[in-house]
Design a protein around this ligand. Structure first.
Ligand SMILES: C[S@@+](CC[C@H](N)C(=O)[O-])C[C@H]1O[C@@H](n2cnc3c(N)ncnc32)[C@H](O)[C@@H]1O
Length: 416
């Protein structure tokens, strides 16, 4: 084949694509087909565990045998993901007879279609063909991906919209502003998500919490307006109103606003309130989940929040109110009856009252306990104790916020 290929974006929603083969190549190819909405039929005597999991989840159909010509009935595209050149050639021959494009993993020159190297940025998909050299395609793709992470800023390309986008719509005519509520992760700057990082590089305004990793802010463009939300000089609820107003005002003025929050925006992060405020003002909002400290800080201290044969549940609870506070929404007496893992955020101040209440309602004082301060950062400290002693130990060791308290047998599950 000497001519240049003709690039197309196939719209596969609900259309039958046949994949022949159930090994490593099929495992890599199938997710993108499913992502495109294709009705995938997999023909292979055996499958990798990853493909089997997708079959078990009802995401695709599997015919557990070798290929037969009638497998291509109704197909729009076939991907041959087997090494055996004779078997692959026979699939291509049937496909050619029926005028169905055929991608071949074993022999690109015998294929009637090639799969490109792809990078996706929100609604933008870039597909690169390397003239028959997949490595060249990947190198070019990687360079474009890096460039796009920066360039999409000036074009104001929107990320995948969330539900409130649909409800509120964008402001007509002029360049529309928008807000992204982005989880920055627990402290280590490398623990932000890829999407969160991309949105941060696109921002005109960043409204940041006290607990977001400082290094992320260091890398912002110099012209980005940085609003330090922890310095807003009012009490907590008034400050929240101020933050909501800043988000709305900047977005209505046309800015791309990132509200950067520690951990996950919806775990004790007031993300819901900010989303509602934006939605009410007609500002489109995207929510980017983050790695929450409730799981990551224990993990960084060598504590899995669940472990086979040890804990089948974990509960994340806020300890910012004392158990006897009339405003508390937590049933500490009921939590004392659970066997699994309890992770307490914002609980240092009330730790003595919390642990006493759990013990009074039946949780053993010998239950292993740990406190992880500034988890995942260079300043991480870990204190190990028991439910009965942890409050006094934490005080004696001068443990300070931000810290999570972990209670349960998982605390010692990985001890050698
Ligand atoms: C207002 S809550 C926000 C939680 C955040 N949205 C999350 O998902 O991690 C703040 C509390 O999270 C916990 N926290 C946040 N970052 C932490 C870290 N790096 N190490 C330990 N605890 C942390 C502390 O309990 C802190 O008081």
């Amino acid at each position: 084949m000497t001519s240049n290929p003709y690039p197309l974006g196939l719209r596969l929603d609900g259309r039958r694509v046949v994949v022949v083969g159930g090994g490593a190549v099929a495992t890599r190819r199938v997710p993108a087909l499913l992502d495109a909405g294709a009705d995938v039929l997999l023909v292979a005597p055996e499958l990798t565990p990853a493909l089997r999991a997708r079959v078990d989840a009802g995401r695709l159909h599997w015919v557990p045998r070798r290929f037969l010509p009638e497998d291509l009935d109704g197909a729009w595209l076939v991907q041959v993901a087997i090494d055996d050149p004779i078997a692959a050639a026979s699939v291509s021959a049937v496909a050619a007879e029926r005028r169905i494009f055929c991608v071949r993993a074993d022999d690109r020159t015998a294929a009637t279609a090639w799969t490109p190297a792809v990078t996706r940025h929100g609604p933008v998909t870039v597909a690169v063909l390397g003239g028959g050299d997949p490595r060249r395609a990947m190198t070019v793709r990687d360079a474009i991906r890096d460039l796009l992470a920066v360039r999409l800023v000036s074009n104001g390309t929107a990320p995948t919209p969330s539900r409130p986008d649909a409800a509120t719509g964008a402001t007509g005519g002029r360049q529309a502003g928008r807000v992204a509520l982005v989880g920055a992760g627990p402290g280590d700057p490398e623990l932000i998500t890829v999407r969160g990082w991309r949105l941060l590089t696109e921002a005109d305004v960043v409204v940041a919490d006290r607990l977001v990793p400082g290094l992320l802010l260091d890398e912002l463009r110099p012209d980005v307006e940085l609003v330090d939300a922890s310095k807003i000089p009012y009490g907590p609820s008034r400050a929240q109103e101020e933050i909501n107003q800043i988000l709305v005002d900047r977005a209505l003025a046309g800015a791309v606003v990132v509200r950067l929050k520690g951990g996950d925006p919806y775990v004790f992060g007031r993300g819901g309130e900010e989303l509602l405020a934006c939605a009410e003002a007609g500002v489109p909002v995207t929510v980017v989940p983050g790695v929450t400290s409730s799981i990551a800080a224990p993990a960084a201290a060598g504590i899995p929040v669940t472990h086979r044969g040890v804990a089948h549940e974990f509960t994340v609870v806020s300890g910012h109110l004392a158990p006897d506070s009339p405003a508390s929404l937590v049933r500490w007496d009921a939590l004392a009856g659970l066997r699994g893992t309890l992770v307490i955020l914002m609980g240092l101040k009330n730790l003595a009252a919390i642990t006493a209440t759990l013990i009074a309602h039946g949780r053993s004082p010998e239950t292993p306990a740990a406190v992880v301060q500034e988890g995942t950062t260079g300043a991480q400290r870990v204190l190990r104790s028991t439910l009965g002693a942890v409050a006094a130990d934490a005080q004696a060791a001068d443990v300070r916020p931000p810290a999570v308290v972990v209670l349960g047998d998982v605390v010692s599950a990985l001890d050698g």
